[in-house]
Design a protein around this ligand. Structure first.
Ligand code: SF4
Length: 283
């Protein structure tokens, strides 16, 4: 496959596979192999900054596990043994960093989630990659209470994997406004604590201006208090990944959203660190 990757376009159809796609990641400075289970662009949330094209509400169709395994094996073969890096990746970024369960919707809404983690485990062993690359689950965290999701998290942890758990706001109103979902903060807390106890977990937070206004002080205070409560509940959090708007939203609210200056993110990061959490910022 001849394809030039860059860090601004994440075209999940670029290599003609159904579930597997390569991206150049600005965060890792290398290649990330994405696994998209939501091939119908359906998510149980509708975040106003979501970049998924033609996003709709719902869950994924049944996952064709044999196809997914075949695609992942072929992708790893061309990256590790083939000419993918030389043909498609700028020289400075020719390293395989991770396999990420991410994509065009919430990955854990697929009941095959633990079977997919088992496929990743099998292929990591086959390519002698266990402990050499990361395995990430990027999730909105809303389905962690489901037993099959927890089973997958246990397997993910055994692989040295990590969860990135979305938390943009910590009040019912804020979650409704930003993520367009009805979710009570105590339910979010329950899922976050459960998740962090099963698998190493980072919180992932996206900040931006909406109609020219950044998150206000009351929202920030609620968010910081929520983080403090998670620590008090003994959630062994790895820290907080603080993101700005990396790519344009595909949602109707897109014209109302703007990036925040890097200094704004740095200030929030300092406040988060004061309550005892590590941060990484990606303005
Ligand atoms: S959870 Fe992720 S995929 Fe779902 S709407 Fe939000 S940003 Fe989009």
């Amino acid at each position: 496959m001849t394809l030039q990757l860059d860090t601004t376009h994440h075209d999940r159809d670029a290599v003609g596979m159904t579930y597997v796609y390569p991206v150049l990641s600005r965060r890792s400075g290398g290649v990330s192999v994405g696994i998209n289970l939501n091939i119908n662009n359906a998510c149980n949330w509708r975040c106003i900054y979501c970049q998924v094209p033609e996003l709709k509400r719902g869950g994924p169709p049944p996952v064709d596990l044999a196809r997914l395994e075949d695609e992942l094996r072929r992708m790893l073969t061309t990256i590790i043994h083939g000419d993918f890096m030389v043909e498609s990746v700028p020289e400075a970024m020719r390293r395989l960093n991770d396999i990420a369960l991410s994509g065009n919707g919430e990955p854990t809404s697929a009941s095959e989630f633990p079977a997919v983690v088992a496929i990743i485990a099998r292929l990591l062993a086959e390519f002698d990659l266990i402990g050499r690359i990361k395995v990430l689950l990027i999730t909105n965290g809303s389905l962690i209470h489901r037993p099959y999701v927890q089973a997958g998290l246990v397997q993910l942890s055994a692989l040295g994997g990590e969860v990135w758990f979305k938390l943009d706001r910590a009040t019912r109103e804020g979650i409704k406004r930003i993520n367009q979902t009805e979710s009570a903060p105590d339910k979010v807390m329950g899922n976050l604590v459960r998740c962090a106890k099963l698998c190493p977990t980072w919180i992932q937070t996206c900040v931006f201006t909406l109609d020219g206004q950044p998150p206000d002080e009351a929202e920030l205070a609620d968010y910081l208090a929520f983080l403090g409560q998670a620590l008090a509940a003994k959630a062994p959090l790895k820290g907080v990944l603080l993101y700005g708007l990396a790519r344009a939203s595909t949602q109707p609210e897109a014209p109302r959203l703007r990036r925040l200056p890097a200094a704004w993110l740095t200030q929030l990061a300092e406040r988060i660190e004061r309550i005892g959490l590590t941060t990484q910022t990606f303005p």
